[in-house]
Write a protein that binds this ligand. Structure first.
Ligand code: ADP
Ligand code: MG
Length: 702
């Protein structure tokens, strides 16, 4: 355990951080690396050689024997291949080696990673390239080097490359705009992200006994426990001692890796928790979120838990999301989404705010798609998570500010209001200018936007790629409208244009309750898309509008867009296919075994009873057997239908059509089967089941 007084030293102790570089690298080399990190300038090989040598020395001192290029292929997971530092010498001994070339470039065989048709199977070459802006670290005896991954032809095969491209695009357009507005000292603008991660913990032994959790990450059958989340007694509740020990251990492991884990608490559903880090630059935050998910699972295993990151592990209670807090900050330290004291007169703030609003309105379907997965489709629109309709919550004050711009009068801030708690002894403080809205998919929260649609299991890279690019595009559009005006005219023109934008895009603003049916109706009237499932939304990804957006800003080539389309669809269909097979097997084998065993015991009981009490009616026992028989038959009918439809799905070849079939037919077959399976399960005593029940899994944590 980390001694609390040593925490500041222990934080990042396994990271080849800026501090370590400053201490160990020659001054000129340190400067060159810094220039690369800050300005994205090219790194010379002699610099890389020197960094590699120092990195190796540091890594060995910290117990590493291997190094690995660590990357994020389009599976949404991370990938690594480890090489040791050893190099044999003539005399039969070894020396430890690590060159600049090895640091900068790797050549993993790319043929077994999804490429969505970007290369044929025989074209196996792929490259990983060092991302010096995300620090290397040590984990399990290896030096991890964050890298980007591309094909022999230079197409991005990962999530990091387009993310870095989108950050650069946003920076470029933001700087251009800021220079126009007179802020010429700004050289770069950074996207910052803080992603709050939700997760479930269950007993590891339970986890191992459930094929559905093992193979698909979510339960496919399971009668609800007699208690759910209706008592609202878990959210922010006292953290149980064993769970608390887990969280503590998790924090420490994350801190050593330089991940600024900050907040932890119980979530709404039983056994559900959340961890939030302090925000960081986008690519580092994404790397750190991937690592966080990995470490969460690893530490859980040590504590005899399984950590479930699926978006919907359990029916009937809340699923898990990953709130993506997003802002833009200049290299001069200004958060461009900070309204300041007088938002109505804060021009950079208004320009960026309006650009975000326009981006979310114009590119809502693509933003919706950036968080689409088979798992997340169970959350969105299910009245526990934001609806699939993308809208923005601004709160009262900012709504007034925009109304002011629209009506041509400047909004004057009311200043902060004193909080009245009605007891003298309580401290006096001012309240925030806006309340919270937990039902909005895209909410302004003081000095950042919180995008609440991302699911808990997936990388947040996609969401930020789309967000950054869409905002970059809106900034370009605004810039083009403003460029060419003299300094004197600029201010008037700017407010005219902002007004136009507000009028055009205010349909996407909504401060009310996003979980209601009225909102669904209202949104339809406003013409806002409501793309409930991934297959519904997919065509937008390859639409002209999308291709134009991404190619214009050099985020994706047309081929890269198509490859991501193919992968996403294929992944969706495959996920549901595995779910269907797993469900069939669990029902056919595990549940049926319990059902039959119980019926057999009860039937034997009837025979026994009749032999003792002649003419015994055995009403209770007969009834049990009858009901079990009935629900068993219905269950098997539904099972047969699922099996037959799954065969049809397996024979389909067209990707979008197949995905739609999985969504419309297979998922509803599964729902139907689940109805009977859960009914049957509820009838039989727990001891007949070869797998743990909802009640056991959700309410057994100590
Ligand atoms: P909240 O109560 O709104 O959830 P927090 O301050 O706890 O507020 O922030 C939630 C998350 O938002 C944290 O991960 C935090 O680091 C992050 N965050 C705060 N400011 C920013 C910012 N400027 N850019 C990106 N993320 C931010
Ligand atoms: Mg939050």
């Amino acid at each position: 355990m980390i001694d609390a007084s040593k925490l500041t030293e222990e934080f990042g102790s396994l990271v080849f951080s800026d501090k370590v570089m400053k201490q160990r690298l020659p001054k000129n080399i340190y400067k060159a690396v810094h220039k690369t990190i800050e300005m994205g300038s090219h790194l010379e090989l002699d610099v890389a050689n020197c960094v590699a040598a120092v990195m190796k020395e540091w890594a060995i001192e910290n117990g590493a024997t291997h190094f690995t290029h660590w990357f994020q292929p389009m599976t949404g997971l991370t990938a690594e291949k480890h090489d040791s530092f050893i190099s044999p010498t003539d005399d039969g001994s070894v020396i430890m080696e690590f060159s600049g070339k090895e640091l900068v470039k790797g050549e993993p065989d790319a043929s077994s990673f999804p490429s969505g048709g970007l290369r044929a199977t025989f074209e196996a070459r792929g490259y990983t390239a060092w991302d010096p802006s995300s620090p290397a670290f040590i984990k399990d005896g290896s030096l991890y080097i964050p890298t980007a991954f591309c094909s022999y032809g230079g197409e991005a095969l990962d999530k990091k490359t387009p993310l870095l491209r989108s950050m650069e695009a946003l920076s470029r357009e933001a700087v251009k705009m800021l220079h126009l507005l007179g802020y010429e000292d700004v050289k770069r603008v950074n996207t910052t992200i803080g992603s709050e991660q939700e997760y479930f913990l269950i007993d590891k032994d339970f986890y191992k006994k459930r094929k559905d959790l093992l193979f698909t990450g979510r339960t496919l059958i399971g009668a609800p426990a007699t208690k759910g989340q209706e008592m609202e007694d878990h959210y922010f509740g006292v953290i149980k001692p064993k769970v608390s020990a887990y969280m503590h251990d998790l924090d420490e492991e994350l801190w050593k890796l330089g991940i600024p884990a900050k907040t932890k608490h119980n979530e709404v559903a039983p056994s559900q928790h959340e961890l939030a880090p302090v925000f960081e630059t986008a690519n580092i935050a994404v790397d750190h979120n991937q690592l966080t998910m990995e470490v969460m699972k690893k530490v859980a295993d040590k504590h005899n838990y399984a950590c479930l990151l699926h978006e919907k592990p359990f029916e009937g209670i809340n699923g898990s999301g990953k709130h993506n807090n997003w802002s833009v900050c200049t290299d001069t330290g200004v958060n461009l989404l900070d309204p300041g004291k007088n938002p109505g007169e804060n021009i950079p703030f208004l320009v960026f705010l309006v650009s975000v609003i326009a981006a979310v309105d114009d590119y809502a379907p693509i933003l919706r798609l950036s968080v689409a997965s088979a798992g997340n489709d169970h959350r969105l629109g299910a009245n526990e998570a934001p609806p699939a309709i993308v809208s923005i919550f601004l709160g009262n004050e900012l709504s007034e500010v925009l109304k002011g711009v629209e009506e041509g009068c400047t909004y004057q801030s009311q200043g902060k209001v004193q909080m009245a708690m009605g007891a003298q002894v309580l401290p006096h403080f001012t309240k925030d200018n806006t309340d919270r809205n937990r039902t909005s998919p895209f909410a302004f929260t003081g000095n950042k936007f919180e995008f609440r649609m991302p699911g808990s299991a997936v990388s947040v890279a996609n969401a930020n790629i789309v967000l950054n690019t869409a905002v970059a595009e809106e900034l370009t559009r605004l810039y083009d409208k403003l460029a060419g005006y003299s300094k004197e005219e600029l201010n008037t023109k700017l407010f005219e244009i902002l007004k136009e934008e507000i009028v055009k895009h205010k349909r996407v603003l909504f401060n009310g309750n996003g979980y209601t049916d009225e909102w669904v109706e209202e949104a339809a009237k406003r013409g806002l898309p409501n793309l409930k499932s991934l297959p519904d939304a997919m065509p937008y990804w390859i639409s002209d509008e999308s291709v134009e957006l991404f190619t214009k800003h050099n985020i994706f080539t047309k081929e890269e867009i198509q490859s991501r389309y193919d992968i996403l669809l294929e992944n969706y269909s495959k996920s549901i296919h595995i779910e269907s097979l797993t469900m069939q097997e669990m029902v056919r084998k595990d549940l049926t075994e319990g059902l039959v065993a119980y019926q057999k015991d009860v039937t034997n009981e009837i025979i026994q009873k009749k032999s003792v009490i002649s003419g015994a009616e055995c009403l209770l026992e007969n009834n049990i057997v009858k009901v079990l028989d009935e629900s068993g038959s219905l269950m098997f009918k539904a099972l047969d239908k699922l099996a037959a439809d799954t065969k049809i799905a397996e024979s389909m070849t067209q990707a979008l059509e197949t995905a739609s079939f999985y969504q419309k037919t297979i998922l509803s077959d599964m729902d139907e089967l689940r109805k009977y399976a859960d009914k049957a399960e509820a009838l039989i005593p727990d001891k007949y089941l070869g797998y743990p029940t909802y009640g056991q899994m959700l309410f057994s944590l100590r």
